[in-house]
Ligand binder design. Structure first.
Ligand code: PBG
Length: 331
């Protein structure tokens, strides 16, 4: 027996603020947010990023300050990305293994400033450290080789864990790297360091501003299509996620965000693991461009898009709007 108009009026429960609050199915809180931060050299430095209006790179002291403010706002985790100085980039990305690189300095500075009040997520991939802008080691033909790259990524992950990282987030899309990193963490005294794998990461046109932020855009030759996923594929994302879970990932990520909410939903329905999404730089830039063009209200656009991730099944979202959103949410 189906109920229909006028016995059923869908607008009845929407008629007042209290009733909308009572019937709300999903909520967004500052605890759902991870805030990506870009680290640069020097002291007291803030460098605005032209293609990410409102986002800056900060020197290590500023990063610690931002993390402190984030923690006070109820944001549980920050994600770190370095803008490695040009003279420290090389073909093999060796700076990724330097225990005193920008990433490690930032981890330690945050720990000093915040103790365990905030989680520190670190990206594992070589692109901020290589002179060619690829995420791994490149052979003579320009192909990013898998197994040799994984060996370096393991050392990169250990370097970050030694410095105090809480969550290792491999964003490189090499095969087998989650198992290799998990085993290395276990064998080197870091059993509680988590792995959040970028399990379904697409070869996307939405990463441009990020590459400006870490200084790899001008360096990158070619594209990343031999390792990042084809935007046409959905089933393949489920296979990637299944593998990363089997290899020891504690949580998985889908990236980019809004254009791939179908993937988030499918992963959430198929697997019993925490799912995160990365609302990436190009998505942030699109919202800011819309606001600048007078096409929409920033606060409303930000909260609506972030809530969409919760509705799709995310445990949390990496977003450059995280701090702004936390403030709007009364954090
Ligand atoms: C690097 C990495 C990228 C992003 C996060 N980690 C760029 C890429 O794969 O080229 C993109 C994030 C963003 O666009 O905000 N492995």
């Amino acid at each position: 027996m189906s109920v229909s108009y006028p016995n059923l009026r869908m607008r009845r429960t929407r008629a007042s603020q209290w009733s909308r609050a009572l019937h709300r199915e999903n909520i967004l809180t500052p605890a759902d947010l991870i805030w990506p931060l870009f680290v640069t050299s020097g002291a007291g430095v803030e460098e605005p990023i032209a293609t990410l209006p409102g986002v800056s790179r900060w020197s290590v002291d500023g990063i610690a300050q931002r993390a402190k403010e984030a923690a006070a706002m109820g944001i549980p985790c920050v994600a770190l990305f370095p803008n490695t100085p040009a003279d420290r980039r090389s073909d093999d990305g060796a700076e990724a293994l330097n225990p005193d690189n920008l990433m490690c300095q930032a981890i330690k500075a945050i720990r000093d400033a915040c103790g365990s009040d905030i989680g520190i997520l670190t990206d594992v991939a070589l692109d901020p450290y290589t002179s060619h802008g690829q995420d791994g080691l490149v052979d003579d033909g320009g192909y990013v080789v898998n197994d040799d790259t994984v060996a370096v990524l393991v050392d990169q992950a250990l370097n970050q864990a030694e410095a105090g990282a809480d969550i290792i987030a491999p964003s490189d899309m090499m095969d087998g790297r989650v198992r290799a990193i998990r085993m290395a963490l276990e064998m080197n005294g870091h059993p509680n360091v988590q792995i959040m794998s970028y399990a379904a990461k697409y070869a996307s046109a939405f990463y441009g501003p990020f590459r400006d932020a870490v200084g790899s855009r001008g360096l990158l030759k070619g594209d990343k299509k031999t390792y990042q996923m084809d935007p046409a594929n959905g089933d393949e994302a489920l296979r990637e996620v299944a593998l990363d879970i089997a290899e020891g990932a504690d949580s998985v990520m889908v990236k980019p965000g809004l254009p791939y909410l179908d993937i988030v939903r499918r992963v959430k329905e198929r697997f019993e693991v925490p799912v995160f999404a990365y609302q990436v730089s190009g998505e942030y830039a699109m919202i800011e461009a819309a606001v600048a063009a007078g096409a929409g209200d920033r606060d409303a656009l930000v909260l609506e898009t972030l809530l969409a991730f919760k509705r799709a099944g995310c445990s949390g979202v990496l977003s450059y709007h995280a701090f702004h959103a936390a403030r709007l949410l009364g954090g």
